[in-house]
Design a binder for this molecule. Structure first.
Ligand code: PGA
Length: 243
């Protein structure tokens, strides 16, 4: 049977200098020594990956990057390759986060290439999808997300190299969340498009208060957490909400 152990992943985004990142990583490593029922991952900014990976060594908390370039090396000023992430201590790479799809104009095709790059480097690709508010209002959330999955997830995916994160754009950083029925509907619609056992995370304003009911949904295999991942106590409380 497929292992769909829940995964709680922290996306630190563009937050943290070395002292903050190290303090957060150390606090999490200490907590992760206690009993917990989920897998744990943190995705620091590029500058902190090596430091955080070192601080988390032996803790069972994995480290991921927030993006990667499709190519392994070359003249791409300002970019980081999947191989560089791996070398710095990552096992995962987020690709297609809405702040890159909508903020930087990344297309499904770009994300498809980045997912392939993650696999080439031996990383698990966390492919993000999610509708904007107008698409939900127009009753198009399911078709938009299905289209993003079909366009972004390359052939060759299996439960061991792919995780999908459903993050409605309007729920990210806003304190708003879809109803539990809406989350279950989207996760249920995505699953037939994915290899058996693929974990589907929910993301968008997950916090210690709403984590238990969201993570209690059968179709939800974990959470991608932004703001609440920057406080060790909050991130840990969300992890503790996994049954
Ligand atoms: P949020 O961000 O938890 O702050 O809403 C989630 C994300 O963007 O991954």
């Amino acid at each position: 049977m497929a292992d769909r152990t829940k995964l709680i992943a922290g996306n630190w985004k563009m937050n943290g200098q070395r002292a903050d990142g190290l303090a957060l990583a150390r606090a999490l490593a200490e907590k992760a020594g206690q009993q917990h029922a989920c897998d744990l991952l943190v995705c620091p900014p590029f500058t902190l990956i090596a430091t955080v990976a070192e601080a988390l060594a032996g803790s069972r908390i994995e480290v991921g990057g927030q993006d990667c370039h499709p190519l392994p090396t070359g003249a791409h000023t300002g970019s980081i390759s999947a191989e560089m992430l791996r070398d710095a201590g990552c096992r995962y790479a987020i690709v297609g986060h809405s702040e890159r799809r909508h903020g930087l104009g990344e297309t499904d095709g770009d994300i498809h290439e980045k997912a392939l790059a993650a696999w080439r480097a031996g990383l698990v690709a966390i492919v993000c999808v999610g509708e904007i508010h107008a698409e939900r209002e127009a009753g198009r959330a399911v078709s938009v997300v299905e289209g993003q999955i079909i366009g972004s997830v390359p052939h060759g995916a299996f439960a061991g190299n792919l995780i999908v994160a459903y993050e409605p754009v309007w729920a990210i950083g806003t304190g708003l969340t879809p109803t539990l029925e809406d989350i279950a509907e989207i996760h249920g619609a995505i699953r037939p498009h994915l290899p058996a056992g693929t974990r589907i995370l929910y993301g968008g304003s997950v916090n210690p208060k709403n984590a238990a009911e969201i993570l209690g949904l059968d179709e939800v295999d974990g959470a991608l957490v932004g703001g609440a991942s920057l406080k060790a106590d909050d991130f840990w409380a969300i992890a503790q909400a996994c049954r």
